[in-house]
Design a protein around this ligand. Sequence first.
Ligand SMILES: [Zn+2]
Length: 300
Amino acid sequence: MLQRRKISVLFSALLFSFAAQAGKLAIVIDDVGYRPAEENKVLQMPQAISVAVLPNAPHAREMATRAHQGGHEVLIHLPMAPLSKQPLEKDTLTPEMSSEEITRIMRNAVSNVPYAVGLNNHMGSRMTSSLSGMQKVMQALNHYNLYFLDSMTIANSQAIPAAQGTQVKVLKRRVFLDDSQDINAIRQQFSRAVKLAQRDGYAIAIGHPHPNTVRVLQQMLPSLPADITLVRPSQLLNETRHSGSRTPAVPVKPAKPRFQPAELCKVKQPLAPVPATRALTVVGESVSHSPLFSTLKSLF
Ligand SMILES: [Zn+2]
């Protein structure tokens, strides 16, 4: 009898630890619309893999439509001004733009990227760190019932305070998969996203349609741990733990960003250049070198 009770307690403990470990993982592939060949491979992946389409990319409409038809969630990948000097996409938002201008750009983006249910920033360290700039963005977003996924290209993004007083829900990226396009580095980042999802209950990872990123996803998605569920970002909107006041598990202190001119998402094809998002990584990296981060990391 005692033995049976012991087994039952052990079983409950196991169940509890399994439930505590279960995590939702959302993966978004940015910069879509320039490289259909590589992007089509992303659309062959599970439907929960989402895509963020650059509204002025040559294949924007086509890729958004194809993604939607394949059951993938579509986001608008809206170019926003970075702090560093980089080649910019057409209609890149700046904090100085008027509300009317931002509304016009948003309207075009919504029209060029059909089926979008959310929007995230392409670059944007300068724009997203401006409260007044982001307030104009949130006011415009409010008209379209789109959620905002903060790519977190700078630690002191103002997206959450700017969304106050609007209906716009804000999500935050946790991991960039391919700051380095080295295949082992991408594998490590993927594993990190999985661990964060297990530890915190959910995580959002962003990657780009680079051949090595596609390869890693093709290799690693089929063997995800059993306690990880792939989800669309919109499935995380009601996570109570997502409330704006929540302190991130790995604190991101407002940092002196060490901006580097390096580009994340270089386009291999001789089409228009896709400037990359590098700034966040930089912040991410400065955090990852902090003693606190090392301590947290050792807990995994
Ligand atoms: Zn981008």
